[in-house]
Design a protein around this ligand. Sequence first.
Ligand code: ZN
Length: 166
Amino acid sequence: MAKNGSAIPIAATGAEGGPARSYQLLIDVAAPVRVAVGRLGEFEFPAGLYCYTGSARRNFEARIRRHLSPAKKLHWHIDYLLAAPGVRVREVRRFAEEECQLNRRTAGESPVPGFGASDCRAGCGSHLKRLSEDRFQRTEDSSVTGRKAPAKNTVFCPLTRKRLCR
Ligand SMILES: [Zn+2]
């Protein structure tokens, strides 16, 4: 158990190429869940792996801790999703890269238009993406990398291709 009483694992990796200013939360949605996302309205989130991209210019680590804390006033769109049953943060990744650039090179569908994008001026459409686990597994196929094929349940981070725990 971590100091704050949470059992959520936090990636120890820092950002490469400078101080972290953006981050991605890899989020497990265990079963389909209907969530009222503040003023955006109610949406159905299919089960799967999601990626939320955000940034904090100041108090970066405090922002991450806030995302991981179950006790908070719901304010951002992501707060509503993370408060839903069966939804948990699997991993946190930190980046020096600008948040919208990071978001746009993350492949996935956007189930909720406008999610987390209230302040986005780059036209991302959504800062929450649903990732295709199948596709990421295939990128680590032995025929591509020459390495041993991963176990069936193995999931890889779409950005680093590092194995994620299940
Ligand atoms: Zn954006």
